[in-house]
Design a protein around this ligand. Structure first.
Ligand code: NAP
Length: 353
């Protein structure tokens, strides 16, 4: 092992990455977290540091953070200079960005080192493994934990692309409060929990939110679907798909054309100043360059049941990047912990302590 070789590098900074870092740092492995770069391209893709939870509002299902006033705790726990990266307290429970900041600080407090950059290339064909960063830095490491999560999908229409940043978004929490969306009709496409969450959030700003869903039943959990259906500002367009996002150079998005999925002859134009895609996710595995075995949906394959092992010995995967089934903050944190323990035991077994 040459000087400067890391023992564990963790790529990604959502719940999986920080849980792995907390465990690895407490095991004296001095982990290095590559948390992602703060660049416009990542903002547009939804891959900024702190992961998808940092793009949500209140987190109601992370154990330990029940509804109630946590202001005093959050004020004392979150460093003042980091508060600027998140919205103010709502005064009720914990928000996604706050929870992520607490995880980051917890990892740092045990000695985790953090690099704010993207990994753009890996070489797992040699050992120690090598990682290349966007800023040009090269890192060598004996073990690697991949926890890069997943990002929101778009439908892939040319008209969606054309109006990105001008009314087209996949993150209501990031963009919903912009003046262009206030007191105007807005569109959300999708029928899962994300669509329910986005439409409920947007209903605070919009005059009407149309949820456009391709079937006659939501995929979302009952509690979130019921909340959406009970909201008088939300109208559901069942059995409908988006044909085109309408707009012009001056105003950006001005509406959408929807078409029936059961009756193709039926189409309708809905006026709207914004369009939000909430149709699922794609794992962030491109940078791996095919060096780890992936599933047919491009998620990293866990090769051994109940372990975080990947197809390359010494490389572990945690969180949504390897999980297209549970995809919850708490399961991501759980597998992050498992990956740190797996890495620690693998390093010890190989005599690298
Ligand atoms: P999802 O559950 O996979 O739902 C995606 C939705 O988009 C489905 O309704 C799907 O329609 C629709 N869709 C997919 N591709 C489409 C296309 N090409 N055209 C039109 N519609 C399309 O994804 P998600 O809502 O992002 O949720 C992902 C995971 O995160 C879930 O496990 C969810 O529970 C979790 N989550 C939890 C919370 C929370 O608890 N607060 C919030 C957000 C997300 P079909 O139904 O017809 O397939």
């Amino acid at each position: 092992m040459t000087e400067g070789t890391e023992r564990v590098v963790i790529v990604g900074s959502g719940p999986a990455g920080w849980a792995a870092a907390i465990y690895a740092s407490r095991a004296n492995l001095r982990p290095l977290v590559v948390e992602g770069a703060v660049i416009e391209e990542n903002r547009l893709k939804g891959t900024l540091p702190l992961g998808q939870l940092a793009l949500t509002t209140e987190v109601e299902n992370y154990p330990g953070f029940t509804a109630g006033r946590l202001d005093e705790y959050l004020d004392s726990a979150i460093e003042k200079n980091r508060r600027k990266y998140m919205p103010p307290h709502t005064g009720h429970g914990i928000a996604g960005p706050e929870l992520m900041e607490l995880m980051r600080q917890q990892a740092a407090s045990f000695g985790t080192r953090i690099v704010t950059d993207d990994v753009i290339e890996v070489d797992f064909g040699r050992h120690p493994f090598r990682l290349k960063l966007l800023g040009g830095q090269q890192i060598e490491s004996l073990s690697v934990i991949i926890a890069t999560g997943a990002r929101a999908n778009y439908l892939g229409l040319a008209s969606e692309d054309r109006f990105k940043n001008r009314g087209v978004s996949a993150c209501a929490v990031c963009d919903g409060a912009l003046p262009r969306f206030r007191n105007k009709p807005l569109i959300v496409v999708g029928g899962g929990d994300s669509a329910m969450e986005e439409s409920t959030y947007l209903s605070k700003f919009a005059s009407t939110v149309y949820v456009v869903h391709r079937r006659d039943k939501f995929r979302a959990s009952k509690i979130m679907a019921d909340r959406t259906l009970a909201n008088s500002k939300i109208q559901v367009k069942w059995n409908s798909r988006i044909d085109e996002v309408l707009g012009n150079e001056k105003d950006g998005v001005t509406g959408v054309r929807i078409r029936g999925t059961t009756d193709d002859s039926h189409s309708e134009d809905l006026a709207a100043s914004g369009y939000f895609a909430a149709i699922g996710h794609t794992p962030n595995t491109d940078f791996l360059g095919g060096q780890l075995e992936l599933t047919e949906k491009a998620y990293i394959k866990w090769t051994t049941p109940a372990r975080t092992y990947t197809s390359v010995e010494g490389v572990f995967a945690a969180g949504d990047v390897a999980d297209d089934y549970y995809r919850q903050a708490v399961t991501a944190a759980g597998t992050g912990c498992m990956a740190a323990l797996d890495a620690e035991r693998w390093l010890a077994a190989k005599g690298f302590d």
